[in-house]
Write a protein that binds this ligand. Structure first.
Ligand code: AMP
Ligand code: AHG
Ligand code: MN
Ligand code: MN
Length: 344
């Protein structure tokens, strides 16, 4: 019989790194960490697993379709949006670590009656127009430290620039459920094993390629674009074998899915301002900032057309912003067209 000391080394490694273990390793690398942030991330993971269960059973559970209500953005609220919002809110409140919680689906920020030191901002269900047709949807969130944790929490705690984010992530409910997380030390992807109910590390250290071959924009808005953006779109579609043009087009209409593809494969995703949406469509705090944090952590770039998203000082909770993110070279080219530095 083999000696017990050699037995473990001879065993193949059947079990991968769980999200829980990854987060715990992060805590050990953070000097003086109390465990609050770790616990907060584990609570978010729990909420996601609960939402995942309902997303996967949506048709069966009668959750498809509209509730008939309209949210603060003036859009129809769908049942899954509401469910995801309630789960995240409940789980985060129970965690006891949040002084302020704000959601795309809530008119006002939720202020705790205790001085929890974190702010969590989220889009509970992104891509809701895709729910009824079984197309990928997701969740996006950002975590910030309250600037004055000793003071009673206040709604303005949520109005910090994205560069102060300490952790952000998104989840894509696609053919599999993928959780992409960064706490400021790179970007790591986890895939849910639905049998076990755990996320396992499946894409460590994701890097966004320097340049891609795909562009992602709602071309149906082109009549409302500025001349500069139209010139960029024409450039992207021109043939030039020396730099891989024309690019190929992919547009899901769920930012999480379009951004996830762009993060992995490179290229560019843009929801610019146009005549119909002069401030852009996407929300700075719930969508643009967490994605911008993740893209920068992965070596990519995120701008509002000209300036870095993470430097925008938010003025209001539901503020919208134009958003352009992706590979550094592709986003830089967009910026050159946008600012008029180049025209062809
Ligand atoms: P805490 O005392 O748990 O609230 O942690 C203080 C800070 O340390 C957090 O805001 C993070 O910046 C960092 N930190 C703590 N735990 C972790 C973790 N598990 N992974 C990454 N960073 C962490
Ligand atoms: P949400 O479902 O959270 O309201 O977000 C929808 C957003 C985003 O997911 C996507 O990029 C964009 O709307 C698509 O908008 P268009 O349908 O105007 O292209
Ligand atoms: Mn959204
Ligand atoms: Mn949403």
């Amino acid at each position: 019989m083999e000696s017990p000391s050699t037995f473990p080394q001879a065993m193949p490694n059947l079990v991968g790194t769980t999200l829980r273990e990854h987060v715990l390793t992060g805590m050990h690398a953070a000097p003086g960490a109390t465990g609050e942030f770790t616990s907060l991330l584990n609570h978010i993971s729990l909420a996601i697993r609960i939402i995942n269960g309902r997303v996967r059973a949506a048709g069966l559970a009668g959750l498809l379709g509209y509730t008939g209500e309209t949210n603060v953005q003036g859009e129809k609220v769908q049942k899954l949006d509401q469910f995801a919002n309630d789960v995240l809110l409940n789980v985060l409140q129970r965690s006891g670590h949040c002084g302020v919680i704000a959601s795309e689906e809530l008119d006002e920020a939720v202020i705790a009656d205790h001085p929890g030191k974190y702010v969590v901002l989220f889009d509970p269900l992104d891509g809701s127009s895709n729910i009824d047709t079984n197309v990928s949807i997701g969740t996006v969130f950002a975590v910030l430290r309250r600037k004055y944790p000793e003071l009673h929490p206040n709604a303005t705690d949520a109005l910090a620039p994205g560069r102060e984010i300490v952790g952000a992530g998104y989840v894509v409910f696609g053919p599999s459920t993928i959780f992409v997380l960064s706490t400021g030390r790179g970007v790591h992807g986890f895939t849910l094993d639905p049998e076990v109910g755990e996320f396992f590390l499946s894409a460590p250290n994701i890097r966004c390629p320097e340049r891609g071959k795909t562009y992602s924009i709602n071309g149906g808005n082109s009549a409302s674009w500025s001349e500069e953006i139209r010139r960029w779109a024409a450039y992207i579609k021109e043939t030039d074998v020396t730099d891989g043009r024309p690019y190929t087009s992919r547009y899901v209409g769920s930012m999480v899915a379009d951004a996830h593809r762009t993060l992995i494969k490179g290229g560019i995703f843009a929801y610019p301002a146009d005549k119909k949406s002069p401030k852009g469509k996407l929300r700075l705090l719930y969508e643009a900032n967490p994605m911008a944090f993740l893209f920068e952590q992965a070596g990519g770039m995120a701008i509002d057309g000209k300036d870095r998203i993470l430097d925008v000082i938010p003025r209001e909770l539901h503020q919208r912003t134009p958003l352009v993110l992706g590979s550094k070279e592709d986003v830089s080219i967009f910026r050159d067209f946008f600012t008029g530095a180049r025209t062809s």
